[in-house]
Design a protein around this ligand. Structure first.
Ligand code: 3PG
Ligand code: MG
Length: 399
């Protein structure tokens, strides 16, 4: 892999140069208050930003947040992120209230050496995510005008063929930041020759998002443990009734086919916590998977499942985990995710947690981040990496 790195750029000297950094500052915000509920992604980019500040660069940071529709939308403003980033850096971050407009131009022009600016949400511009190359290119031209060099440290977005990820590096000298390097280094251990047994735990709500990675992982893994909302489509594929649980009907046949080809590698829940409603205070009970009442929905895996999954994890030498086991945001349905997370930390294995949600779960449940081998900042990105797909953001750095 012929990717130049931040250290290569620093060795050239960046003092007084404008360095455009693509970060993934897409952090979860509290729906009521707009407060940042997990700043993991902001902290993850500090090593790169700190090194550039130290070296006297004029640092121009850009990112997306959420999925605004190509026009300004205040609920997706990066303004709170600028505040938090400034606190963490210990120096104010100059926030531009647009992305490539008048505010951005004057903010960038006003930067002194070693200062940091953050541009407003990239996705306030249709050019960022456009499928049309010319439209993306035009936006990339405007962004590239803010930098003399480009650093990609947005691992969580490297699977997106977006202007700031894919087209800007074609226009500027480009390097990989510390976070991107570390992520690729760790994930390549999993696709290379992982120490065995290699156990993967998948959860989260959507089966359809995970099918490709299940398909790609089946030949490589020793055990695949499936929980979370997606397990109900698999249970249905086994002929069980799942009540009003999350179900992707059009995926049942695919799941059945996967189970048939899995050679017993796939482990599904044996018990689940079912509730009357999707609510924190809903009445709930633990039942066997063959006894899910028709009017109730499963919101977590049960204790026997946690015990079975934990036994498999305790044997593992390599673990990859993506996706919560239940609705961990509600305390009544957090035990499954907590139990699995604890089993991972206890295993004598190299463990990787992939994904915004699972990483946020680790922190929200108060677990010690350092007891995991690596906590990835990329959900979709780490899954697509494991699928063996070409990631546009990485490919762009290789050229
Ligand atoms: C993520 O949260 O997975 C990344 O920030 C990418 O966001 P996206 O899925 O909206 O492109
Ligand atoms: Mg995502």
């Amino acid at each position: 892999m012929s990717i130049r790195t931040l250290d290569d750029l620093l060795a050239e000297g960046v003092s007084g140069r404008r360095v455009l950094v693509r970060a993934d500052l897409n952090v979860p915000l509290d729906k009521q208050t707009g407060d940042i509920t997990d700043d993991g992604r902001i902290r993850a980019v500090l090593p790169t930003l700190g090194a550039l500040v130290e070296a006297g660069a004029k640092v121009v940071v850009c990112s997306h947040l959420g999925r605004p529709k190509g026009a300004p939308d205040p609920q997706f403003s990066l303004s709170p992120v600028a505040g938090r980033l400034g606190e963490l850096l210990g120096a104010p971050v100059h926030f531009a209230t647009d992305t490539v407009g008048e505010s951005a131009r004057s903010t960038v022009a006003g930067l002194a050496d070693g200062q940091v600016a953050l541009l407003e949400n990239l996705r306030f511009n249709a050019g960022e995510t456009s499928k049309d190359e010319a439209e993306r290119g035009a936006f990339a031209d405007q962004l590239a005008a803010f930098g003399d060099a480009y650093v990609d440290d947005a691992f969580g977005a490297v699977h997106r063929k977006h202007a700031s990820v894919f087209d800007v590096p074609a226009r500027l000298p480009h390097v990989a930041g510390r976070l991107v390097l570390r992520e690729v280094e760790v994930l390549s251990k999993l696709t290379g020759d992982p120490e065995r047994p290699y156990v993967v735990v998948l959860g989260g709500s959507k089966v359809s998002d995970k099918l490709a990675v299940i398909e790609a992982l089946l030949p490589t893994v020793d055990r695949l443990l499936i929980g979370g909302g997606m397990c109900f489509t698999f249970l249905k594929a086994q002929g069980l009734e799942v009540g009003t649980s999350l179900l992707e009907k059009d995926m049942v046949d695919t799941c059945r086919n996967l189970l048939e080809r899995a050679d017993g590698k796939i482990l599904l829940p044996v018990d689940v916590v079912v509730a009357d409603a999707f609510a924190p205070d809903a009445a709930h009970d633990t039942v066997r998977v063959d006894g899910i009442p028709s009017h109730r929905l499963g919101l977590d895996v049960g204790p026997e499942t946690v015990a079975g999954f934990s036994a498999a994890l305790s044997q593992a030498k390599t673990i990859f985990w993506n996706g919560p086991m239940g609705v961990f945001e509600m305390p009544a349905f957090a035990a499954g995710t907590r139990g699995i997370a604890e089993a991972i930390t206890k295993a004598d294995a190299f463990s990787v947690v992939g994904g915004g949600d699972s990483a946020a779960a680790v922190r929200a449940l108060g677990l010690d981040e350092s007891s995991f081998g690596h906590i990835s900042t990329g959900g979709g990105a780490s899954l697509e990496y494991l699928e063996g797909k070409t990631l546009p953001g990485i490919a762009a750095l290789e050229n």
